[in-house]
Structures are given as C-alpha cells and as structure tokens.
Design a protein around this ligand. Structure first.
Ligand code: SPV
Ligand code: MG
Length: 539
C-alpha cells in the first residue's frame, strides 16, 4: 500500500500528464469494490450519494451528512476521494468549515461548482439554472484553499457555463478567474452528446491548468480522444449506482414473483463475498490475537480418485471430476460452492490421471492404488492429515450452494443430504447409494424438511423400502472425523479397508453417533452416465 498521504496521491494524479480515470462511489461497499477494480481515485458524487440515501440531488442532504458518508467511504478504501462539494452548501464561511471537516475525515479534495445554493443536478432544467457571480465564487474558492488541512488537499473549480447555455467565452472567462484564485484544476461540464464543445474548450484553454471531464452525456467518446486532447482526468460519475439499481430492480421483482430465492441464490454474491468485503478475515485474525482462539471453520475433502465408467471419448482421458459443465469443470464448481460456504482448506484425493488435477489453493493428495481400492481407502488417505470439522464430497456431484449450507450449519456429529425425489430422476434399475430413514419423510414439498435420522445406507437398486438417495455429501464434526478415523484403522487392520465404500462408514456412524439427514428434493446431480452429463449441463 502506498505510504503517500491521500491528498498528495490525488494531487499527483490530477497534475500528472497521464490521463486518469476516476469512478463514482456512494458508500463504503462501492468504494471498496471500485478500489479493488483498480481505480486510483474515487468521486463522492452528490447525485449518487443523495440517490443512495433516497433523496434528491438538490442539497437535500446537508454538508455534515455528506461529511459523514465520506468518512465511512474514506475508511473503506486506500484510494483518495475527491468530494463533489456542489456549490459549497452556503457562503465562503460554510465552505471553510466544510473543507476543514472533509480534511479531518480523510477526504483528499473537493470540487466546487459555480451555481447557487441550493443547487439542482446539471442534467435537470439546466438552462434555467442560475450561475453564481464569478468574483464571489472565486472568493469561495480562495476560502476553500485557505481552509485546506494540508497543501496537497486538492481544490477543483467546476464551471457550469456550458450547461447553463452561456457559451464558450463565458466558460473560458470563468475558468480563468478560478485559475487566478489558485485552484489545482478545472472541470468543464457539458450536456452535449458529443465531446466537441469540451474539446474546443481544451484547445482554447491550452493547458493553463489540468482539466477534468465528466462524460456522462458524451459517453461514446473513446479513451484515445481524451488522451489526444490532453485531458487530465475523466470522472465516470454515476455508473456504479445505475448498474446496482438495475440489478436490484430485477432481483426484487423476481423474488417477489417467485416467492422463493432458490432461483437467484447462485447468481448473487455469496455471503462469504460480503464478509470478505467487510473485512471479516481481519476481525477473525484480531480475535485470535486479542481474545485467544478464534472460530474454527470446516475443511473440505473431495474424493476424485476413480476413473469412473464414462467412455474415454467423453472424458478425453481426464478424470471424471474434470468434465466440463458449461465452461467450468465439476471439480472447480465444487470448490467454488464449498468456498462460498466458508469451507477453507480443501483437499482433493486424486488417483486416475492425478497430475491433471490442479486448482489454485486446493491441496492434492494421491491414492495411487485407486484402481484396486474404493471410496473408503481414498478417505483414509485424507484422514491421515485432516482433523477437525470437515465436509466430505464425491468429486462427481453438483448441488445448489444452500445444501452445503444446511449441512455445515448443523452441529450434529454426522450429517448428510438425501434426495427423496430420486425416483423421478433415476431409471428403476439404476444402482446408487440408497438410504432408509428411521421415519419415512413426510409428503410435504418443502425444500428442507425437518432433519430425520438415518437407519441404513447401501449401494443397491432402488428397492421399494428405501426413502431416498444419498447425494454424496457428508459433514462430520471433529468427533465424527475421529470416529471415521477409528473405523478406517480397524478396517485396515482386518484387511477390509480396500473393498469398502462410504456407505459402510455411514452405517458405522449410524451405530455410533447417529447420522442426521436433511431431506431435499432435487437441486443436485451426479455424473455417472451420459444421461447424467446431459442433466448436469442443464443444471
Ligand atoms: C455528480 O456526480 O453529482 C455530479 C456530476 O455533480 S453531474 O451529475 O453530471 O452533475
Ligand atoms: Mg454533483
């Protein structure tokens, strides 16, 4: 991170001969997102700040409210923030206090426009908007400069002469008066759909001070044209708020219409992304530093060692977990879903074509005897390294993210998800991991019925007495993992380990700690056949 003061950083950007792009932010979250996207500075727009607060861009929020919002934004980003100061919220005296308070709260500069208070947005009734007297406005600019917290706090003067239809000569005259007041740059604002008038201004202005543009209306202008015309800075003044507005409108309508969030869940930022943007990792680290300990999170174990029965032409000789569904492999999707559910350390047990399995941040361990061993032997290899709360997944399944959430939030020692609507999906002759529950699940059509208990699991055909199909996802608490380890050790000792599958472990768990079941209806698939693959592509 740069050790430059934010004021100095902004001043250098404005005064550098390179073109700088600055984007609007309207709260701490958008400030963080814009900074992560690489913008070197941000614009605290009066339009988007007020819109985000549900009011008009007519000074309906006071300067102290602007300062409060700006403070939260400054806390959220390392990028310098240029504040849209409107016409200053009052006379020179208010401007002095406004600038001093913005400086104290971490802003890097202010832009003041030559309109009267209260002002109206430049794109509303623009011809009727009165302009300030140029001399009086120059006095305000001097007051702003004198109130700066340090010499690099940037003061920019914005003339609205072209917006108000006063012509080029007045625009140039005003910009010159403001330059003489001592500002660092000028904004020439325009409502034209083409950049011609601002570029005409640039030619007449001839580089007397850096020029900042806000091309909301002439948005078709390519970056090269700004460079050719020696523009210092381009401000994209409202696009993030407008984009967010469209998305929020679509989502709200859809959720209202469908009375469910299932269809939107996988297309919106996962909770983990919100926690990341809020900086939760820092808090967790601070908790362990200041409070000792900290909350553990689950580990993930993905079993992807077998070759599977799919034709080689289809897998292209790659492990089944690397089959692409859309542009992404099943394994990558699994990792994404687990990470979105706070599963931190993920280990893949690989075997067939193990060297092809490589995902950033995911550990690979190998079951070199994959051809002659079963699922339990692969899990046994993972258990040599892994302790603590964990979730185990087969490497050829896809499921909606909420299913992992159901299991991970359940504090029972062993928890599985079971599809009670499997008969609609599978041909009667198909073998799979079918289960019988202690109580038959109800006929209700809820996505998440009350958790039931497992009575028995076996790899078989779907006989009439089974209640559901295990989807291949098992959550184990630290105690559950220890019980699994003991089971694996005992089976290794009696020579049975290599032939056993995870359903054998499930039955052992039933006999020891019990296995809690969350019933689901669909929302998952595995890939054991061509039909399954086709189904997965629709998923
Ligand atoms: C803002 O972003 O609030 C501005 C630019 O002042 S404009 O909306 O074009 O007036
Ligand atoms: Mg504004």
């Amino acid at each position: 991170m740069s050790s430059l003061r934010k004021t100095t950083a902004l001043r250098r950007l404005i005064e550098s001969p390179e073109l700088t792009f600055v984007i609007e932010a309207h709260n701490g979250l958008s400030a963080k997102i814009a900074t992560e996207a690489g913008f070197p500075a941000l614009w605290a727009s009066s339009l988007t700040l007020s819109a985000a607060l549900g009011v008009r861009d007519n000074n309906e929020i006071s300067w102290t409210q602007v300062a409060e919002q700006v403070e939260l934004m400054c806390d959220a980003t390392s990028a310098p923030i240029l504040v849209d100061g409107d016409s200053g919220h009052g006379d020179f005296n208010i401007v002095r206090r406004f600038v001093a308070k913005l400086g104290q709260r971490g802003a890097a500069g202010i832009c003041l426009e030559d309109k009267l208070f209260p002002k109206t947005n430049s794109f509303l009734r623009s011809e009727q908007q009165p302009l300030a007297d140029a001399d009086e406005f120059a006095g305000k600019l001097k007051a702003a400069l004198d109130a700066r917290p340090d010499d690099d706090f940037v003061v920019i003067a914005r003339t609205e002469a072209l917006i108000a239809g006063r012509g080029m000569a007045e625009a140039l005259h005003r910009a010159e008066a403001y330059r003489k007041a001592g500002v660092h740059a000028v904004v020439i604002h325009s409502k034209s759909a083409k950049p011609d008038e601002v570029f005409a201004f640039m030619r007449e202005w001839a580089g007397r001070l850096p020029v900042v543009l806000i091309p909301t209306k002439y948005h078709g202008t390519p970056a090269a044209a700004f460079r050719e015309n020696h523009v210092s800075t381009v401000i994209w003044a409202n696009q993030l708020l407008r984009g967010a507005t469209t998305r929020i409108q679509e989502l709200a309508a859809k959720i209202r219409r469908e009375e469910s969030i299932v269809a939107v869940e996988d297309g919106i930022a996962p909770m983990s992304e919100i926690f990341r943007l809020q900086g939760d990792a820092e808090l967790a680290e601070a908790e362990s530093r200041y409070q000792g300990g900290g909350q553990g999170s689950h580990r993930g174990i993905i079993l992807a060692a077998t070759r599977g029965d799919l034709p080689e032409a289809l897998t292209g000789g790659a492990p089944k977990a690397l089959l692409k569904v859309g542009h992404t492999s099943i394994l990558e999707r699994l990792v994404t879903i687990l990470r979105a559910n706070e599963v931190r350390d993920i280990t893949v047990v690989a075997g067939y074509k193990k060297e092809m399995i490589s995902i950033a941040g995911v550990e690979r361990i190998d079951n070199d005897a994959f051809a002659t061993t079963g699922e339990l032997a692969s899990l046994a290899i993972a258990l040599e390294k892994i302790t603590g709360d964990s979730i185990v997944a087969f490497g050829d399944i896809l499921f909606r993210g909420y299913i992992a959430g159901l299991l991970l939030q359940d504090r029972a020692d062993a928890v599985i998800a079971v599809d009670t609507r499997f008969r609609e999906r599978l041909p009667a002759s198909r073998v799979s991991d079918f289960v019988r529950l202690k109580q038959a699940p109800g006929a209700r059509d809820y996505l998440d019925e009350e958790a039931a208990a497992l009575a028995r699991a076996e790899f078989s055909e779907a006989r009439s007495d089974v209640h559901g199909e295990w989807i291949g996802l098992l959550k184990l608490s630290a105690r559950g993992i220890e019980i699994a380890r003991e089971f694996v050790d005992a089976r290794r000792a009696d020579g049975q380990l290599d032939r056993l599958q995870l359903v054998d472990l499930l039955n052992h768990l039933v006999a020891t700690v019990g296995v809690k079941v969350h019933c689901i209806q669909g929302h998952w698939t595995d890939v054991d056949s061509l039909v399954d693959l086709h189904h997965a592509q629709q998923f």
